[in-house]
Design a binder for this molecule. Structure first.
Ligand code: ADP
Length: 367
């Protein structure tokens, strides 16, 4: 169990590349933190600095209030699980899990007890005598986790541990990892490029881009109140729709010729007080906040007419693709409504769930 504090941490590689800029994060004891962002954003570098595998160029790393910048990896009491599992091919599952304890010259009864405990927790008892090649991807990943948990470390670091698994197994392992975290109550820091993994696993998510932290928030906060356009676009599938738009002083937002009445929304007041009237802004709306319906016979249709370009059934939901002007738009609706390509339908936006971004700074404007 451990707390961790990263204060003004920077990483400049010897070739001059700055991979991490001014990283600040206070991690609570037992917290599950996920670092997420596109490839090259600096998340592995951050994790490797925490592990002690990369030097911290400037800034402080504290574990349980003790500065550990100069401590060797083995002295930090941290266990790391990698994407490629890094299992020993010639050793059985049992010996793979026992190995680090044997190296530490632990008492053999204690080693046996720890390995059996980990095998029980991870459902590996039936496989203890198998070699890694005789296991499925998910089982191998569990052995890699087992190797880490037998050591009873203060902190777990996991670098894309599920990315070699197929989609179904990834889903299952996500659930297992979350359960493992509950059961062990240990601090975990997890790196992934997959925003679904971040949303489903994390207590708090750190979104990174080009070496900079964009936002640190709970999954719910991040989804509901993204700081900026990058986060809004990165979190959520399918992604948020974005439009060039303008707000007028009459209470309308205009997307080309499409006019939406936002006069009753909280955001409208904020936009007025922050002097966004008449300015170009970027408007964002999540697919689930756009309705699209077939025209009604009584001609009391609400919304705006468009043509369905594509209807994708996902199960209980469906994605409807259409255009506003020349812009492609995706709406997510209940699949009880079935629409066909080429058919005309009325779309409408839920104006209480619109996002407004400053065109220059890309910061999201909130009340
Ligand atoms: P991520 O894990 O988010 O994909 P990384 O932390 O691996 O990103 O890399 C961040 C940046 O640092 C990238 O631009 C990458 O090319 C660079 N980088 C990573 N490792 C090294 C290294 N050993 N030397 C120089 N540059 C590196």
């Amino acid at each position: 169990m451990a707390t961790m504090n990263l204060t003004n941490v920077n990483k400049i590689y010897p070739n001059g590349v700055q991979a991490v800029f001014d990283f600040n994060l206070d991690i609570k004891d037992g917290e599950f933190i996920v670092l997420v962002g596109p490839s090259g954003c600096g998340k592995s570098t951050t994790l490797r600095m925490i592990a002690g595998l990369e030097e911290i160029s400037t800034g402080d790393l504290l574990i349980d209030n003790l500065k550990v910048n100069d401590q060797a990896p083995k002295d930090r009491d941290i266990a790391m699980v990698f994407q490629n599992y890094a299992l020993y091919a010639h050793m059985t599952v049992y010996h793979n899990m026992a190995f680090s304890l044997t190296l530490r010259k632990e008492d053999s009864d204690k080693i046996h007890e720890r390995v059996m405990w980990a095998a029980e927790v991870l459902g590996l008892i039936p496989y203890l005598n198998r070699k890694p090649r005789e296991l499925s991807g998910g089982q191998r990943q569990r052995v890699a986790l087992g190797r880490a948990i037998v050591r009873d470390p203060k902190v777990f670091l996991l670098d894309e541990p599920l990315s070699n698994l197929d989609a179904k197994l990834r889903g299952q392992m996500r659930k297992e990892l979350k359960e493992l975290h509950h059961r062990l109550g240990v601090t975990m820091i997890y790196v992934t490029h997959d925003q679904i993994e971040a949303l489903t696993l994390a207590d708090r998510i750190v979104v990174m881009k080009d070496g900079y932290v964009q936002q640190i928030a709970t999954p719910e906060e991040l989804y509901a109140r993204p700081n900026n356009l990058f986060v809004a676009n990165f979190i959520g599938t399918p992604p948020m729709n974005f439009f060039h738009a303008k707000i007028d002083s009459e209470g309308f937002v205009w997307i080309g010729a499409v006019k939406l009445d936002i006069s009753s929304t909280k955001s409208y007041k904020a936009l007025r007080s922050k002097e966004y009237f008449g300015k170009d802004i970027v408007l964002g709306v999540r697919p689930e906040h756009i309705t699209i319906e077939r025209p009604l016979k009584d001609k009391m249709d609400k919304g705006h007419l468009s043509k369905v370009e594509l209807y994708e059934l996902l199960g209980s939901d469906a994605l409807v693709h259409f255009t506003i002007g020349s812009k492609n738009v995706v709406s997510k609706i209940n699949s009880r409504v079935i629409l066909h390509r080429g058919e005309e339908a009325y779309f409408d936006f839920d104006v209480s769930h619109l996002y407004y971004f400053d065109k220059e700074t890309e910061v999201c404007i909130y009340e």
